[in-house]
Design a protein around this ligand. Sequence first.
Ligand SMILES: C[S@@+](CC[C@H](N)C(=O)[O-])C[C@H]1O[C@@H](n2cnc3c(N)ncnc32)[C@H](O)[C@@H]1O
Length: 329
Amino acid sequence: MCHYDLMDLWTLSDLCTPWCVHVVATLRIADHIDAGNTEIGQLATASGAHRDSLYRVLRHLVGKGLFQEPAPGRFALNEAARALLEPPVRLGFDLDGFGGRMAHAWGTLLSAVRSGGPAYHEAFGLGFWEDLDAHPDIAAGFDALMGPAGHGVPDPNVLVDPADWASVSTVVDVGGGTGGLLAEVLRARPQVRGTLVDLPRTVAGSGEVFQAAGVADRVTAVGQSFFDPLPPRGDLYLLKSVLSDWPDREATTILRRCAEATRPSGRVVVFNGAGPGEEASPELLMMVLVGGKGRTLDELSALAREAGLEVSSVGRQPSGRVIVEYRPT
Ligand SMILES: C[S@@+](CC[C@H](N)C(=O)[O-])C[C@H]1O[C@@H](n2cnc3c(N)ncnc32)[C@H](O)[C@@H]1O
């Protein structure tokens, strides 16, 4: 029996509402209302938009439960609209910034499905990482979205058994962005030193993160590719939300670099690299942006074995995220 009738399908595939949300987020309409510009003419002036077009967009959204129109042509924030004031929403929805990359990339989904590889270049002329290299402002938005402003303060509990910290004096965060996780780890573990590895433009933004956390004297930032040999002899190599950005061959190379670099007694810890169940998360955004994929624990561990690592422990952070620890074989 068919569960959807035609109306359900149109509702399910509505592109209008998501674009309207992105447009009002980009125009900062919620901020303008919050600042007292509630009348449509004021809102259009404050946001640099065409009055009647903006009015139609806002009335559509009111019909969907986002914003209220207490009197004709006057708008107010409801709880749903207040979310548009939050920094992660701004970073993720702004069509003039990285949010525009994520939104327009969906237009390449058909090519990605036909070819099995990302088609991001069809929309932006370059592959994802090359596009970020060519557009520092977009790259800064991506780094911010990955960092505490977008994803919140990272959980520093990166080992399955906290007692194992006794044997750790150096932590290397591989593809660690601007250092948010490493800063929290070092703050929680005053005896530990850290190394941040990421692309040069990204580690360039880490100084203030480490200063603000008060750990700058215990950290080294290295701008390099994680496909090249990594800083050696660390006790712990962290890979958070990195492997899901890459197809199997590249993900195996990153794991191999960690395996080569770690001490024989050291370990490689992967977060957001394997889902908790039998089914891998579809990770469609990773598919369209970078050709990445979600993996089951078995799939991840098969790559790790090829890279010279074996699973030593599996657990969860207090926040619920799956942690997988590997040891060199
Ligand atoms: C999805 S982000 C995860 C960042 C961080 N680990 C986190 O969880 O917030 C992936 C990171 O990989 C970095 N990256 C991409 N290609 C890289 C390469 N070839 N070498 C080093 N870092 C790279 C990006 O700059 C980005 O910081």
